[in-house]
Design a protein around this ligand. Structure first.
Ligand code: ADP
Length: 440
């Protein structure tokens, strides 16, 4: 390369000199008669500049040709490039480094996308111009912006006050929060500023679907208020009667009646507390024993025996038509379930009626059904009878007893065994509650 440049300089100088001598040579030939001296000098100058430019362009192209032909992305390191060999090796090392870093970045991007796309929480990253840098698919779904694209202003994600003010707060350097309600869903928005050297360089937004949490919170509040009410009623009766005894104003003939009242209310209280304990254990999934092989038909027979007395008192016949049906489950929970269903079928039956407990093998399922010939459930109440403390007819329920928690326990017990529940009922004809267990 050095040689090439040196010979280019020598050759260009000779060309320039020769070009300058051409007009002089011509002038000598014509004995300086053809043009004046000044014109001769100007002509010599023009020709030497032209020769210089020509040589410059020609030689620079020649020198640059191998560099132009060089593939800088993949230089052939076996070839010698003369003086630029070092530069080529450096470029090659830089290329390798950039390639490594790029593939590392790509791998991280793929990992990040894989993680965020499977998240149920929405994530959005904004730059310092309030434009969208990145987001996951959950963010688009939760914020109701299926067509949003990178580079758009964050407002195109959602225009609600809650969202905009949370993000604006974050751009002001604070933690932003908002609660977004859209139809049936409730979302919680968190927006946090991203600071680099105390400068806000963007904002990260997290969107959480809190619908279920809100529902559970609402149910918990309702449950607490119902429990307080249900506990207060028998306690008030017991307290009132006890007060009469303490003040000595109970007639001897009324003692038995009042004592019976205290007994009944205490029994109701105990029943209620027991049901609450059972429900909370089902809620928390706390059980003394591990699931075992249990025969549902055996439990049906046991329940029939346990309820023989109340059934006889109401002149209700209990019929068990059960084939062997062994599932993996919890015996105490299954017993509680069949007991509650049969107890209801007796309580809400008519005098002289009947209750039938059937357990059948339906191929890939075992089906348990408890049917009665009782008062039935009006259609508008059927969807609600599994709710805690829900009773169709409060006054009638008080007369027959019960806590309003029996079917909630049945529902939880079915869920615990991954079984499905269904109800068929006709007023004044009867009710049938069916539980389908997968064979396992
Ligand atoms: P309860 O302790 O009041 O029986 P449950 O949760 O067991 O509470 O039942 C909820 C309500 O569903 C009952 O109050 C009753 O109105 C209705 N119900 C349950 N089972 C039957 C049935 N077999 N026949 C008619 N109504 C029923």
């Amino acid at each position: 390369m050095k040689k090439k440049i040196f010979s280019a300089i020598i050759f260009s100088s000779i060309c320039t000199l020769l070009a300058a001598f051409i007009p002089l040579f011509v002038a000598i030939q014509f004995e300086f008669k053809l043009i004046s001296d000044t014109a001769l000098i100007i002509l010599a100058l023009i020709l030497s500049v032209a020769a210089g430019i020509f040589c410059g362009v020609f030689f620079s192209k020649k020198i640059m040709l191998p560099i132009d032909r060089l593939d800088l992305d993949n230089p052939d390191l076996k070839k010698s490039y003369g003086e630029i060999d070092n530069l080529i090796h450096k470029i090659s090392r830089q290329n390798e480094l950039i390639d490594r870093q790029m593939s590392d970045l790509r791998r991280r991007q793929v990992e990040f996308n894989a993680i965020t796309s499977n998240m149920s929480e929405g994530i959005v990253i904004l730059d310092n111009k309030s434009e969208i840098l990145s987001y996951n698919s959950a963010a688009k779904t939760l914020l109701g912006a299926p067509n949003v694209k990178d580079g758009e202003h964050f407002i195109s994600l959602n225009r609600s006050h809650a969202f905009v003010s949370a993000v604006t707060n974050a751009f002001e350097g604070n933690h932003g929060e908002g609660r977004l309600e859209t139809g049936q869903k409730v979302y919680q928005i968190y927006a946090n500023p991203v600071k680099i050297e105390n400068e806000i360089s963007g904002v990260v937004i997290i969107i959480l679907d809190i619908t279920e949490k809100e529902k559970r919170e609402e149910m918990r509040r309702e449950f607490t208020s119902n429990v307080s009410h249900e506990l207060k009623t028998p306690l008030t009766t017991i307290l009132g009667i006890s007060e009469l005894f303490v003040n000595g104003i109970v007639d001897t003939k009324d003692i038995k009646r009042f004592a019976k009242n205290i007994y009944d209310e205490s029994e109701r209280l105990l029943e209620l507390i027991n049901d609450i304990i059972k429900l909370s254990r089902l809620d928390e999934a706390v059980f003394p024993e591990l699931p075992d092989k249990v025969d549902i038909s055996e439990i049906a027979k046991e329940v029939k025996n346990r309820l023989a007395l109340p059934a006889a008192e109401k002149d209700v016949e209990i019929i068990v038509d059960a084939n062997k049906a062994v599932i993996t489950g919890s015996k105490p929970i299954l017993t509680e379930m069949i007991y509650n269903l049969t107890d209801n079928a007796i309580k809400y039956n008519k005098e002289g009626g009947s209750v039938k407990i059937c357990v059948t093998d339906e191929g890939n399922k075992f089906v348990l059904s408890v049917s009665d010939t009782g008062i039935g459930i009006p259609p508008e109440h059927i969807d609600r009878i599994f709710e805690r403390f829900y009773r169709v007819d409060k006054s009638h329920s008080k007369a027959v007893g019960g806590t309003g928690l029996g079917l909630s326990i049945v529902k939880h017990a079915a869920e615990f065994h991954s079984a499905s529940l269904s109800v068929k009922s006709t007023e004044n004809i009867g009710t049938e509650i069916t539980v389908c267990f997968d064979k396992n």
